[in-house]
Design a protein around this ligand. Structure first.
Ligand SMILES: [Zn+2]
Length: 258
């Protein structure tokens, strides 16, 4: 589970650049969507969102507990319980649960992946998240539908030129989380009232949302103070909306057929 995805030669559509390096057995399935969601890519003017770690002492204390709870070890029984609940959530939303398998990998100097893995499993199967759209998620070591990579900033452009060392990115079946953003979030997003645990939740749900068929900014901010759409590029700008880590009601669809 800590190996790099195999030779899923994911074409990056938007930037016409691509190539995910081939270096390992854990391969994604062949149905890579030919596009890169270089979220928050370098070209946009992100002057107001220069990343940095920041938050008040009070909120960071409080949030530390939430981060620890997301990272905490999971027993097999606990995973089953979470999955069962996720499937129930799908049914409650009149969806037949579809299970997607994902691999987890690290690239570059990113340390242990254990807390990252546990956070991903909890977030992806949370009843507030994509299970409402009918999808539930199981981690696997091979045969994965997609791979979630925790990558050092210096490794981001090895996935696609359109990926930025500043932000996270999705290229074909690779969902790449930038280690620096994982550790620090984005200053403007945190200053707008978000916490790091929420940022981590948002970035997982947003980037995996691309793998489910969603595109950036397909839904626009409904007005000042409203919850930002999950697929809005919140790391770039909140556009007057409030930080939000979960899909809105009108984002509860998937297009897994590609
Ligand atoms: Zn995006």
């Amino acid at each position: 589970m800590r190996t790099m995805p195999g030779d899923a030669t994911a074409a990056a559509g938007r930037q016409e650049t691509s190539s995910v390096p081939a270096s390992g057995p854990a391969s994604a399935t062949a149905s890579a969507k030919a596009s890169a969601s270089a979220d928050e890519s370098s070209s946009a003017s992100a002057s107001s969102t220069s990343p940095a770690s920041a938050s008040s002492a009070e909120s960071s204390d409080n949030d530390s507990a939430k981060i620890a709870a997301l990272e905490a070890n999971l027993t097999g029984a606990e995973k089953n319980e979470i999955l069962t609940k996720a499937k129930q959530t799908a049914l409650e939303y009149d969806k037949t649960p579809t299970t997607l398998k994902y691999c987890v990998a690290g690239k570059g100097d990113v340390g242990s992946l254990t807390g990252f893995e546990n956070t991903i499993f909890r977030v992806l199967n949370d009843p507030r998240g994509w299970p409402r759209a009918g999808v539930v998620f199981e981690q696997a070591d091979s045969g994965c539908d997609f791979t979630i990579v925790l990558a050092a900033p210096s490794e981001m452009k090895t996935f696609a030129d359109g990926c930025s060392d500043q932000y996270s990115c999705r290229v074909g079946d690779d969902v790449i989380i930038n280690k620096e953003r994982w550790d620090d979030g984005v200053e403007a997003w945190l200053a707008a009232g978000g916490t790091l645990s929420q940022y981590r939740t948002m970035v997982i749900n947003h980037e995996v949302g691309h793998r489910l068929g969603h595109v950036d900014n397909e839904t626009t901010c409904a007005g000042a103070g409203q919850a930002a759409p999950l697929m809005q590029e919140q790391s770039m700008s909140l556009r007057g909306c409030s930080p939000n880590a979960w899909p809105l009601d009108d984002e509860l669809w998937t297009d897994l057929a590609y």
